[in-house]
Every structure is written in structure tokens, then in C-alpha cells.
Design a protein. Structure first.
Length: 184
């Protein structure tokens, strides 16, 4: 008697832009899957949905992925994608990757523990920037200084620089004005 084949997991990939704009991220995503034993088309299926830069399309695309009963929804690089996925389901796991504060964006209530069916990674969260600098100091205690490069025209970066300067976590940490501005 033949054994039943296990179901192939289906990943829902909800992108705010186009596949062309996300080409390098897609390759990294596929490479990461392969490194854990998942090969697209062989033992995992990926259902892609692209909003083509039109965030108003995201709720319908997220609902479409939910109707396909995907195993997980990946919402990379976009708060609107992650919010659309969160609004579409309370049961399918959602993994986001964003460059914003997920608490301020309304994705999670706190950073310490994922909740409900949503979790993810943020790369530009100023709330943990002081902790990152503290960890750098612990890794390289003899270093005389560390630099944080930011875009001074981004208002969120001004908030972050202020927070770092006032963090008080290390008396050797100090803030310096940017050496150059745009166009220099």
C-alpha cells in the first residue's frame, strides 16, 4: 500500500511593488529557502501577488492569498503589505520585513514578543539603535568611536540621532553633526 504524500507547503508572497523591483530580494529569499531545504517548484510552492506600486490593491491581493489557504504570508519591504496581510487573516502566519518601527506602524503591540499570527524583522528601528551601539561597544571595547551614517534629509533620522545622543547608555557615546549634506 502506498503512503500518502505530504502536502507541499504554499508560501504567499505579498509584494507592494513589482517582481522586477524586488529581483535581488527575491533571489535572497529563494536562496534562504534553499539553505533550509526548500526548493521552489520541488518541495515548496510560492504564490506571488504584486501590487505594482498601488497600495490600494494590497487588501484584495492579501484576501486572494488567504482564499488560497497558503501556509504562510510573507510581506517584505512594505508596511502597507504587512498591514494588508494582518487585516486579511488572524490564523495564517505572517512574516514581515520592514524598515520602520513595527509598533508605530500598528503591526505589533511590542517588540519583546510576537503576538497573534504576525512576526518579522525591522532594519531601521531607532528604538533599538542605542542597544546596537552598546553591542558594538561590547564586541569591540577598545574602539575609540563608531559611526552611524544616516540620511540627514529623512525626518525619522533626526529623531533617531537625537535618541542616540540622549541615550545615556554609555558616557563615551556622543553625537556629531553630519560632515556633509546632500550635493556635497
Amino acid at each position: 500500500m502506498a503512503r500518502a504524500q505530504p502536502a507541499i507547503p504554499v508560501i504567499g508572497y505579498l509584494g507592494a511593488e513589482s517582481a522586477a523591483r524586488f529581483a535581488s530580494r527575491l533571489e535572497a529569499f529563494r536562496r534562504g529557502l534553499r539553505s533550509t531545504g526548500f526548493d521552489e517548484g520541488r518541495n515548496v510552492t510560492i504564490e506571488y501577488r504584486w501590487a505594482e506600486g498601488r497600495n490600494d490593491r494590497l487588501p484584495a491581493l492579501a484576501a486572494e492569498l488567504v482564499s488560497l489557504q497558503v501556509s504562510v504570508i510573507v510581506a517584505p519591504g512594505s508596511v502597507p503589505s504587512a498591514l494588508a496581510a494582518k487585516a486579511a487573516t488572524r490564523t495564517i502566519p505572517i512574516v514581515f520585513e520592514i524598515g520602520a518601527d513595527p509598533v508605530a506602524a500598528g503591526l505589533v503591540a511590542g517588540l519583546s514578543r510576537p503576538e497573534d499570527n504576525i512576526t518579522g524583522v525591522t532594519s531601521l528601528n531607532w528604538a533599538i539603535a542605542a542597544k546596537r551601539l552598546q553591542l558594538l561597544h561590547e564586541v569591540a571595547p577598545t574602539a575609540g568611536s563608531f559611526a552611524v551614517l544616516v540620511n540627514p534629509s529623512n525626518p525619522k533620522n533626526a529623531e533617531g540621532r537625537s535618541g542616540l545622543a540622549n541615550s545615556g547608555q554609555n558616557p563615551r557615546m556622543r553625537s556629531a553633526r553630519p560632515a556633509c549634506q546632500q550635493g556635497e
